[in-house]
Ligand binder design. Structure first.
Ligand SMILES: NC(=O)C1=CN([C@@H]2O[C@H](COP(=O)(O)OP(=O)(O)OC[C@H]3O[C@@H](n4cnc5c(N)ncnc54)[C@H](O)[C@@H]3O)[C@@H](O)[C@H]2O)[C@@H](O)CC1
Ligand SMILES: Nc1ncnc2c1ncn2[C@@H]1O[C@H](COP(=O)(O)OP(=O)(O)O)[C@@H](O)[C@H]1O
Ligand SMILES: [K+]
Length: 529
């Protein structure tokens, strides 16, 4: 698992480490690690010239010492001092080290054109304008230099791409676009969140000896090695019931394929048993595609509610299916609610719940729930009255200051984390917000952020597959947070393997789940303890 820590936690851990070390030792370690990566990349890109863009803080200090090391190694090295105060505005000892090692110094405040030209000439640029002390955005003098970076230059962000919000909360267009980020001690939230991930590029963490293992993370990312640790593996004492029975209320006459995709994925994920509830066309298709499935209601350990569900259909069979969906939501069993099922969500469920909207669905759900008149929330699902709610918990759909205004998909895409948090607070559920980076938000837990899939996964039916995988994990007893994030990881890896760089169809992702899990489990068995 990759764990990212808040700026505050990093500063605390750095202070603790510094108290035990000679002065300047942490910066020296950071600069040394940075210079090693930079030297390797210069060799990779067959470059000779490196420029460090140096800001006023310690991020600039790291960069100056790294440039000193690169100059000593024989690379044509220069620094561009960004602050308006010029030489006196940067880390003094670092500047001295860089100059003594032979680096050429350009002062933007003295000769802006010269600074731009020096920046434009570099094969490799170290962005040391700001690090974790930075405000989002670039000041004009910095932006001018960043604009001058050659398109072919390899850009290494020092600690984080300058201009980004270190916390990864605020989106920022005005930032350095790095090929690679070399960070120190531990990743920062911005490296793993949608607001900063693309501008971060490849992430390398340099160990500088700060201790964060016992410090709670702000953002986490599951990796391949977590699968063997987390995936429910049956043992000799298990039977199909003890492994978990999943009920699937999905598909409709309008969207029968969703039932096939969801059920196929659940079977591929190795669910103990699958009960399918639907209307005649998807029932026939599920029978054919997933002979393992049992049709009709019965005892289950968890529910998938909603992929391909048509809440407007008005036939007797559709009404019966809808009643089953409402009953599942009103039950005290874990449920993952997707697509059509989201329209049935009225508020909090007491039972473990995963909601899996894409941006448009999240926007609609937030708008509807936040505009519900206060006091009308009976905390039941779909009005069956059967009741598994927690009346009054947190106040009915009360919540954020911006409650009651219409939320659009564009709002969600511009600030996905905040909106996912809003829905999690409102419903008490785990919210899995889909996208190139999938966010899994549960109140009181570090955000999980998964980015395992290629853009080819943006294809119809991919979400139905995801819901089947997550459902099988819920049925096996995983928490909503683990089921959603582990499901997203395996779904993304399966997509990546099935794509192999080319087009993808959702059914191929579903059929890839079984070999993907098998290989990731095998990897865990062969990994050193
Ligand atoms: N604290 C430590 O012991 C260590 C810190 N390290 C480095 O130190 C960095 C943090 O250093 P600082 O706290 O000095 O902060 P930064 O170097 O991130 O930047 C703070 C300075 O930049 C200016 N600034 C803020 N936002 C700006 C913007 N948008 N445009 C232009 N200038 C802006 C501020 O006025 C301030 O002078 C880390 O990111 C890391 O690179 C490493 O050397 C490891 C050890
Ligand atoms: N640009 C992207 N890169 C990688 N994965 C993506 C991208 N866009 C969407 N996805 C993933 O594709 C899936 C789409 O699901 P969804 O929108 O529910 O589709 P459907 O409803 O058609 O099944 C989700 O798992 C989502 O995270
Ligand atoms: K930086």
């Amino acid at each position: 698992m990759i764990r990212a820590h808040s700026v505050e936690s990093v500063r605390t851990a750095e202070a603790a480490a510094m108290a035990k070390l000679p002065e300047g030792e942490l910066m020296s370690r950071a600069a040394h690690g940075l210079a090693e990566v930079a030297a390797a990349r210069l060799t990779d890109v067959e470059g000779t010239t490196v420029v460090g863009l140096v800001g006023a803080g310690n991020n600039g200090g790291d960069t100056l010492y790294a440039i000193a090391q690169l100059a000593e190694s024989g690379f044509a090295s220069a620094v561009v001092l960004v602050p308006s105060a010029g030489r006196s505005g940067v880390h003094a000892a670092g500047l001295q080290a860089a100059e003594s090692a032979g680096a050429v110094v350009h002062v933007a405040a003295d000769d802006a054109q010269d600074a731009v030209e020096a920046t434009a000439e570099a094969d490799l640029v170290l962005d040391g304008i700001v690090g974790i002390g930075g405000q989002p955005g670039l000041r004009p003098e910095a932006a001018r230099l960043v604009d001058a970076i050659d398109d072919d230059a390899w850009v290494i962000a020092v600690d984080l791409a300058s201009g980004l919000d270190p916390a990864g909360e605020a989106g920022e267009d005005d930032a350095v676009w790095a090929d690679e980020t070399v960070t120190f001690g531990t990743p920062k939230p911005v490296h793993l969140l949608p607001a900063g991930e693309a501008a971060t590029g490849r992430l390398t963490v340099v160990d500088i000896g700060i201790e964060v293992d016992d410090v709670p993370a702000t953002v986490e990312r599951l990796t391949w090695d977590d699968v063997a640790r987390m995936w429910p593996v049956p043992d000799r004492g298990d039977d199909k019931y003890s492994r978990g029975v999943l009920g699937v209320v999905a598909g409709s006459e309008a969207y029968p394929g969703a039932a096939v995709l969801c059920s196929t994925a659940a079977a591929e994920a190795g669910v103990g048993m699958l009960r399918y509830v639907g209307t005649p066309t998807p029932v026939a298709l599920v029978h054919q595609a997933v002979p393992e499935a049992v049709v009709g209601q019965g005892r289950v350990q968890a529910w998938v509610v909603g992929p391909g569900l048509d809440t407007e259909a008005d036939t007797a069979e559709a009404r019966a299916q809808l009643a089953a969906a409402r009953e599942a939501l009103a039950s005290d069993l874990p449920a993952i609610v997707d697509a059509g099922g989201l329209a049935l969500v009225e508020g909090r469920r007491a039972a473990p719940t995963v909601l899996t909207p894409h941006a448009g669905e999240l926007a609609r759900l937030l708008t509807r729930l936040e505009s519900a008149p206060a006091g009308t929330d009976d905390r039941t699902q779909g009005g069956s009255g059967a009741a598994a709610g927690t009346p009054g918990a947190g106040g009915p759909l009360s919540g954020p200051a911006d409650a009651g205004t219409e939320v659009t998909a564009a709002d969600v895409k511009a600030d996905p984390l905040r909106h996912a948090r809003r829905l999690a607070a409102l419903t008490g559920a785990t919210v899995l917000l889909k996208g190139a980076t999938t966010l899994v938000v549960t109140e009181g837990e570090p955000v999980r952020s998964q980015a395992d899939a290629p853009p080819w996964l943006a294809t119809a039916g991919a979400g139905d597959v995801l819901s089947g995988v997550i459902g099988s994990l819920l049925a096996a007893g995983l928490s909503p947070h683990d089921a959603a994030s582990l499901g997203a990881l395996v779904h993304g890896v399966s997509a990546d393997r099935a794509s192999g760089g080319g087009p993808l169809r959702a059914l191929a992702v579903a059929h890839g789940i079984r070999p993907t899990v098998r290989d990731l489990l095998a990897r865990g068995r062969s990994a050193p303890a």
